[in-house]
Each structure stands twice: as structure tokens, then as C-alpha cells.
Design a protein around this ligand. Structure first.
Ligand code: HEM
Ligand code: SF4
Length: 554
């Protein structure tokens, strides 16, 4: 495949005649035009003449009528398959080149968009699915996430011509979001200071295939009214100083390394001071809801009890209910059932999560059994959401043009591992290549597909990453390699050694830190023999080095 000259395509203004696809298919597209298509959310698949189309959600929310529309479009054009991503977006696959313009129009028609969802763009903004409802969220960050989403969306193609690479932005304030802020180029963590709602600002996180890096805390507090100025300032510094001409070094983390943390921060703060005085729209009012005491909230119990898929909201009597969508894949008919349920028992929205699930909010406790029943009728359920068997996985081999391994097949095998079922707190992440769409560097156990040498043979397989621990600011390390057939076997063995070595209450990464990667690798060598190769593939060692450098607070 001819590689596009991405800087040249951006300098030329990203021209591509979308309408021509209808009559002529895609044979005429140059590599640069294919790149330009990505900025419209249209991305190559392994198969010729069909595309993946990514739909942008403004803050991880899809309204029920849009969800029904999406299901219809997937049925008509995309084999009835919708994939929910690890960044709260949705994807359609197998869209024929000749259908692309019609599908894009249909998506706009249901009030959604695909623009700026792939390529070097500011991606759909993440927001905690539990924002404003969860017990440990200081206030609802969603209105600010939506305002940022709107700002970057309006600047669309102008920004897409100038950005050195993609930029990920996330909002959240619960414990999990606080940790995940570190995986974003720009992360906003909601906090209250002296009674005023605002955010800690984290910058420079990104995983990807080279130098996976967690963000550093750049600013301890910005009030809500300054959020748009902060985004604007970061975009200015990034576009002015980032590596435009070498896309592989374009991510913000490389700019921060090159300038040094202090100099970067000086530029960032200077830029904020410059733009802060501009007339930014006032933030939407948010209520800083005083939670009832946990005791009052838990005194009311949903039929069947509280559990991983049924969580209490701040207002007693209401629950957020998380539908476990295995591997993030849902078919059109099931999506319609979820949309109908959202209208019937929740607030009319589907909230997508980083674990590729769907959350309903404001469900009256008495309605939880109805949700369970309806889901059971379509083979879905609440059990296991966000737990070990909720393996995080990209689409990988069957469709992704960059894939080396069929990640979903590996994930399906892993679901059978009994060891996972008895350790609900573990997280397994499987990416079909080093690009890290399933964020393999932050799982307890991560796999990244690649060509690897195992037992002297060069095979299609996985690098095995262990010990990702966002709360400690650590990405995982590659401890070994396996063939593509051994993912379930290796998972069982890794969990087995942890079970044998762990002290009471120890997390996976704690045990690993105590006994050391080498000891675990030696055990795996003893158990798996020639099917286990220690350490990273020599060619990949350089690309993963240097991780963790940005982490910390100034
Ligand atoms: C056509 C399919 C896809 C292609 C070609 C693709 C391509 C890529 C590439 C090249 C990167 C690395 C970016 C970098 O290092 O700067 C990446 C990162 C990422 N992708 Fe994908 N991707 C695809 C599908 C997906 C899917 C299905 C998901 C979610 C299930 C996803 C989620 C992500 C995430 C979370 C990252 C990590 C971003 C970061 O931490 O910087 N992508 N993708
Ligand atoms: S990790 Fe690799 S295989 Fe998986 S979706 Fe991303 S680019 Fe494709």
C-alpha cells in the first residue's frame, strides 16, 4: 500500500471529492485522498472497496432516536454490526465505497457526525458515563465536555490542516476517570476548590506504538470558565511547535519531551494568559449536588440487590445500570432494544463507556428487573460489566487494515479462562497490533499483536505486557512473547502464578512489583516451555522505551 504524504495532504487543504465515490467507487483515490477521507471518519479496512466509518459522539452519549437510526444504517449498509470503541465512539464496518456518501448523509440526518473522528484531528471528547450521577463525582463535567466538543468541532477542517497529529481530550472526576485522564493528551479531572467547581489539567498522555506515556499534571486548578481558553491555548502551542512534518513524532508527548516539561508549561501558561481575556461563552450552570449519605442511599435496595452492573446514584431510588456488551460488539436489533429501554426506563440516552459497554441512567430501582428480563431475551445482561471477563479489545484482524492478529478471536478464547472468572478485578486488554487501540499498556495483562520470535520461529503472535497501573502512574512492561494461539493459555498461566504468589489482598501489579517481572517470566518459561519467549521482540524494544517520563505533578 502506498503511504500518503500526510503533511502535503494537510497543506493542500485535505481535498477529496466524496460524491465521486457513489458513481466510481474508490479505485481513483490517491493515498493523500485516502488520508483526507479519514478526517471525515472514513477509514480503510483490510478488505478492498469497503470502509470503516467512525461516528463521533460529543461526550459519549447517543440519544435513543439516534441509536435507532444508527441501527438502521448498520442494517442497511454495514452487515448489522455496530462496534463500541474504548473512547466512547461507535463504528460501522463493511460500508461499500459507493455507499459512503449516502451513509455519511444518513448519519448527519440522525443528528450525528463522522467528521474529525479519524486521522490527525481532535477526536470525540470523552466524558465519564456516571458524571453527575455517581457517588464520587464532584459535579457533572458533561456540559463542559460538550462545550469543548462543540468548540473543536466548529474549528474542524481548519484544525485538521494544522494539527501535527491526533489529539485526545477527556473529562471525568470519579476515581477511574482521574486515572484515565493520564491516557489523554489533555485530561480534565473535576475537583472543587474553596467551593468552586473546576478542573485539574493533565497533559501529554498517549499510548500508541511508540513510547507509551502517561500525562503529567500541568495545572492544579482551572475554574470552569477557563476551560475553553485552556483548550484553545493547548491547540495553539501544539500547532505552533509540534512536529508537523514528521507525523510519527507528531503526538503532543514528543513535543513535551523535546521542549522539556518546564519550557512547555511556560508556553502553555503564557498562551492561556493570552487567550483567557477573550469573550468565551459562559459555562452552563451545573449543580454541585450534595450527595445523600451513602447509608441513606444504600438503605433502598433494587430487586436483586446492588452489583457490578447496578450502581446507586446520588438520588436515593435511582440506579445507573450497565449493560455488558461483550467485546464492544452489538448488532442492530439489539441496539434497537437498548434504545427502546432507554426511553422506557431511563433518561432516553445510551451512555457509552471506556469498557465498551452501555449505561442507562436514572433507572428507578423497581425497574431493574425489567431491564434484566429484556436483556436476557436478547442474550445480553448486566453481570460482569467492567470486570475481568469484560475484556477490552479492538476490532483487529478481520477488518482493521493495520492489524497483525485477529484480536477479537483471541479475546473470545480468553473469555473461557476459568482463572479470569474467579478474579473479577483483573483487566485484560488485547490489541491487534502495537497501535494500542485496546490500550494494552494499561491492563493488568495486555497483549499487542505483532510478528514475534517464539522458540526460534518467526510467527504471528503477541507481545505480553504486564503490570499496567494507572493509579501508580505506570504503564505495563513487555515480559515476553507468545504465538497467537496461546493467548488463553498464557492468561491462565499468568493468573495462576499470581494466585500462587500473592499475599492477602494484593493487586496483580503489587505482586508483580514485589516478585519482579523476571521471576514471573521464568515461571511462564517453565510452564509454557518453548511457547514462551522472554522480553520484547528486539525490534520493538526501542519503541516502548522511555515510558512514564511525563508522569508527575509540577
Ligand atoms: C480502522 C480501524 C482503526 C485504525 C486504522 C486505528 C488506528 C490507530 C492508530 C494508528 C493508533 C496509534 C496512534 C498513535 O500512536 O498516535 C490508534 C490509537 C488508538 N485507537 Fe485506533 N484504530 C482503529 C480502530 C480503533 C478501535 C476499534 C478502537 C477501540 C476499540 C480504537 C481506539 C484507539 C485508542 C484508544 C488509541 C490509543 C490512543 C492513544 O492513547 O494515544 N481504534 N489507532
Ligand atoms: S490496535 Fe491495531 S489492529 Fe487494533 S484497531 Fe488499532 S490499528 Fe487496528
Amino acid at each position: 500500500m502506498v503511504q500518503p504524504n500526510i503533511p502535503a495532504a494537510k497543506r493542500a487543504g485535505l481535498p477529496v471529492d466524496l460524491q465521486r465515490l457513489t458513481a466510481e467507487g474508490d479505485d481513483w483515490l490517491s493515498a493523500e485522498e485516502r488520508y483526507a477521507l479519514k478526517t471525515h471518519g472514513v477509514c480503510a479496512q483490510t478488505q478492498p472497496h469497503v470502509f470503516m466509518i467512525r461516528i463521533r459522539t460529543s461526550d459519549g452519549v447517543i440519544g435513543s432516536s439516534s441509536a435507532r437510526g444508527l441501527a438502521r444504517i448498520a442494517s442497511d449498509h454495514g452487515r448489522g454490526w455496530v462496534h463500541l470503541t474504548t473512547r466512547q465512539q461507535a463504528e460501522l464496518h463493511h460500508i461499500a465505497a459507493t455507499d459512503v456518501p449516502d451513509v455519511l448523509a444518513a448519519i448527519e440526518h440522525i443528528g450525528m457526525t463522522t467528521r474529525s473522528s479519524c486521522g490527525h484531528t481532535v477526536r470525540g471528547v470523552l466524558a465519564c458515563a456516571y458524571a453527575g450521577a455517581g457517588l464520587d463525582e464532584p459535579f457533572d463535567c458533561r456540559p463542559d465536555a460538550r462545550a469543548v466538543s462543540q468548540l473543536v468541532y466548529e474549528r474542524g477542517q481548519g484544525l485538521n490542516r494544522r494539527l501535527p497529529s491526533r489529539l485526545n481530550i477527556g473529562f471525568g472526576g470519579c476515581t477511574s476517570c482521574r486515572d484515565h485522564a493520564k491516557t489523554n493528551d489533555l485530561g480534565f479531572v473535576s475537583v472543587i476548590r474553596d467551593g468552586e467547581p473546576g478542573y485539574e489539567v493533565w497533559v501529554g498522555g498517549s499510548l500508541g506504538k511508540s513510547a507509551p506515556t502517561l500525562a503529567m499534571r500541568a495545572l492544579p486548578f482551572v475554574p470552569r470558565r477557563d476551560v475553553l481558553a485552556v483548550v484553545d491555548a493547548l491547540l495553539t502551542v501544539y500547532c505552533d511547535y509540534g512536529e508537523f512534518d514528521k507525523p510519527s513524532r507528531g503526538r503532543l508527548k514528543f513535543l513535551i519531551r523535546e521542549l522539556g516539561r518546564e519550557d512547555f508549561l511556560d508556553l502553555f501558561v503564557e498562551a492561556i494568559d493570552e487567550v483567557r481575556a477573550r469573550p468565551w461563552p459562559a459555562p452552563m450552570p451545573v449543580r454541585v449536588v450534595d450527595s445523600e449519605s451513602a447509608a441513606q442511599i444504600l438503605a433502598r435496595v433494587p430487586p436483586g440487590g446492588w452489583g457490578s452492573g447496578v450502581r446507586p446514584q446520588r438520588l436515593p431510588g435511582l440506579a445507573t445500570v450497565t449493560v455488558n456488551v461483550p467485546l464492544g460488539d452489538i448488532d442492530s436489533d439489539d441496539l434497537i432494544v437498548l434504545a427502546d429501554l432507554a426511553d422506557e426506563v431511563a433518561d432516553g440516552n445510551l451512555y457509552l463507556t471506556r469498557n465498551q459497554n452501555v449505561v442507562f441512567r436514572d433507572v428507578a430501582l423497581g425497574n431493574v428487573p425489567l431491564v434484566r428480563d429484556r436483556l436476557a431475551q436478547i442474550g445480553l445482561g448486566l453481570d460482569g460489566a467492567d470486570q475481568a471477563l469484560d475484556v477490552r479489545v479492538c476490532t483487529g484482524g478481520p477488518v482493521c487494515s493495520l492489524a497483525i492478529t485477529p484480536a477479537q478471536a483471541a479475546a473470545t478464547d480468553v473469555l473461557e479462562a476459568k482463572a479470569l472468572a474467579r478474579n473479577s478485578g483483573l483487566r485484560v486488554h488485547i490489541s491487534g497490533c502495537m497501535n494500542a487501540c485496546a490500550q494494552h499498556q494499561i491492563g493488568d495483562i495486555g497483549y499487542s499483536g505483532g510478528k514475534v520470535t517464539v522458540g526460534g520461529r518467526n510467527v504471528t503472535g503477541y507481545q505480553v505486557w504486564l503490570g499496567g497501573d494507572l493509579s501508580a502512574g505506570q504503564v505495563g512492561r513487555i515480559v515476553g512473547r507468545i504465538t497467537e494461539d496461546d493467548v488463553a493459555l498464557a492468561t491462565g498461566a499468568i493468573i495462576g502464578v499470581w494466585e500462587a504468589l500473592r499475599m492477602h489482598g494484593e493487586r496483580f501489579c503489587d505482586t508483580l512489583a514485589r516478585v519482579g517481572d523476571d521471576a514471573v517470566s521464568a515461571y511462564l518459561r517453565a510452564v509454557l516451555a518453548a511457547r514462551w519467549e522472554p522480553g520484547p521482540e528486539p525490534d520493538d524494544a526501542a519503541s516502548v522505551s522511555g515510558a512514564r517520563e511525563l508522569v508527575g505533578a509540577p
